[in-house]
Design a protein around this ligand. Structure first.
Ligand code: HEM
Length: 473
């Protein structure tokens, strides 16, 4: 694997960079699938500059430049209009979409919930939710499942259980449908925002998306009203948000602001991990030798017992598999920022108003950063290989002060779910045609990922059978 940043000699001057013309074709590609609208050069070059609808746009794939932009010059950037238009109606000015001081005090208010010792205490809930999914598959006698849907359901149960202490009966099916309906026309919101079209312009799917948001937000308002009234002692994220006070002004959050954050945590906190897991199952089904190594690790670490909290941190290879799946299919494939003041990025002057894209998908598939980038090879994430790589050549969780707050939560959850479900079920491909990734803010399979699940152990305990399978293979 090539180790560090892209060779500096390959960095051309801004003037010499590709000037992709603003075309109707580019906009239709954005509506269809924003990944297809990325300049193809960004999968080979360190940086591409373009201008669309009169606005300068810069795509960064060089880890050194990404570090300079997202970390060193973080205070020169905000989330910008495209993000606000795509996500603002659902997430308001919650942690993901807020900027400046409003972002900072929200982040400080919830940071405590994501400390390592707090997360460790959540592992049993993660394992229990995965076991429930296994029970459901068994009870339904299911042979084929939509693995994306199954993972959404499980990670939803986990986020609601761990952050909202059970969530007081939110309807998971409606929430999942609501999020899908909301994200479906996201290509339109990006395209219209690029064109500078007014907010009220109609587009296909808009009405359904608005109804979905109204339903999701009203469910959360009801929960907050309930919690404000009751003498509830639960110490979860809702309690933290209710108690949060801005250190500068002392003001607390309004119900709208709490809903902004609950919407943020529920959506950002389950959909991304679920997609990462769905892609992982897909890849494992295509690579039985890797699956065998995972099963072997699980059997060794658990000693043939049921997966428990103390096993999760020891499942190093399983974690490598999830990392590699997120390299190939990063659940959040593009990060967007807007420069709020002029700044210098290496030798390039970036003017206020420039839009900066960090196309994580392109960074993770970059021909100068990865050997054989399209190959599924979890050994890239073996400890010795990881040290040879620039830190920002791999960034599924972003970088800098806006890095994903749920990063460690997500990895812990994914490893726990993989261990529980893989040791109990053989998950194999049910369709011969490879799934096509499509960006709807997150990276989804275009068609449902239907997979066959077979109980490895029939009706009795699965673990001894899983161990036997490992030995047989
Ligand atoms: C595999 C799973 C996940 C992936 C790939 C992922 C990815 C990301 C990325 C790339 C960002 C940065 C966006 C940017 O810079 O514009 C982000 C931010 C965020 N994520 Fe995650 N995420 C995951 C899981 C989670 C979980 C489990 C939670 C909560 C429990 C969460 C909550 C958030 C929040 C609140 C932010 C905004 C942070 C801020 O701006 O301060 N994410 N995530």
């Amino acid at each position: 694997m090539s180790s560090n940043a892209l060779p500096r000699r390959r960095l051309p001057s801004l003037g010499a960079l590709v000037a992709a013309p603003y075309t109707v074709r580019a906009l239709t590609a954005i509506v269809r699938n924003p990944l297809e609208a990325l300049p193809p050069e960004i999968y080979r070059e360190p940086m591409v500059a373009s201008r669309m609808a009169g606005t300068p746009r810069i795509y960064l794939a060089d880890p050194v430049l990404i570090h300079e932009a997202l970390v060193k010059n973080a205070d020169a950037l905000d989330k910008g209009e495209e993000v606000r238009r795509a996500l603002g109606p659902a997430l308001g000015k919650g942690l993901l979409t807020a900027d400046g001081a409003h972002w900072k005090w929200q982040r400080q208010s919830v940071a405590h919930a994501f400390r390592h010792e707090k997360l460790l205490a959540l592992q049993p809930a993660m394992i229990a939710a995965a076991k429930d999914t296994g029970q459901r598959w068994r009870a339904q006698g299911t042979t084929t499942v939509d693995i994306g849907h199954e993972m959404m359901r499980t990670t939803f149960d986990i986020i609601v259980e761990t952050m909202m202490t059970g969530g007081a009966g939110i309807d998971v099916g409606r929430v999942e449908q609501g999020i899908t309906d909301y994200l479906k026309p996201s290509g339109w919101t990006f395209a219209l925002s690029i064109l500078g079209a007014p907010d009220w312009i109609p587009y296909p799917g808009r009405r359904k998306a608005s109804a979905a948001v109204a339903f999701l937000r009203s469910s959360l308002h009801a929960i907050i009203a309930d919690r404000r009234q009751g003498a509830d002692q639960r110490q979860d994220l809702v309690a933290m948000l209710l108690a949060a006070a801005d250190p500068e002004t002392g003001r607390t959050m309004t119900d709208e602001e709490i809903v902004d954050n609950l919407m943020t945590f529920i959506t950002a906190g389950h959909e991304t991990t679920a997609l990462g897991l769905a892609w992982t199952f897909h890849l494992l089904a295509l690579h039985p030798a890797i699956e065998t190594r995972v099963l072997k690790e699980i059997a060794t670490v658990t000693g043939g017992q049921a997966v428990a909290a103390e096993h999760v941190a020891k499942l190093a290879f399983t974690r490598q598999v999830f990392s590699e799946a997120m390299r190939l299919y990063p659940p959040a494939p593009i990060i967007t920022r807007t420069a709020i003041r002029d700044f210098v990025l290496r030798e390039h002057s970036i003017a206020a108003g420039t839009i900066i894209y960090v196309p994580i998908h392109a960074v993770h598939h970059h021909t100068a950063l990865w050997d054989n980038p399209e190959a599924f090879d979890p050994d890239r994430f073996a400890p010795e290989a990881s040290t040879a790589r620039h830190r920002y050549a791999y960034m599924p969780f972003g970088a800098g002060p806006r890095v994903c707050i749920g990063n460690a939560f997500a990895v812990m959850e994914a490893v726990a779910m993989l261990a529980v479900l893989l040791s109990a079920f053989k998950v194999s491909a049910a369709s011969a045609s490879p799934p096509q990734p499509i960006m709807k803010v997150t990276l989804r399979p275009k068609q449902s990922l239907v997979m066959r699940v077979e109980d490895r152990h029939g009706s009795s305990s699965c673990i001894p059978r899983a161990r036997r399978l490992v030995r047989e293979e």
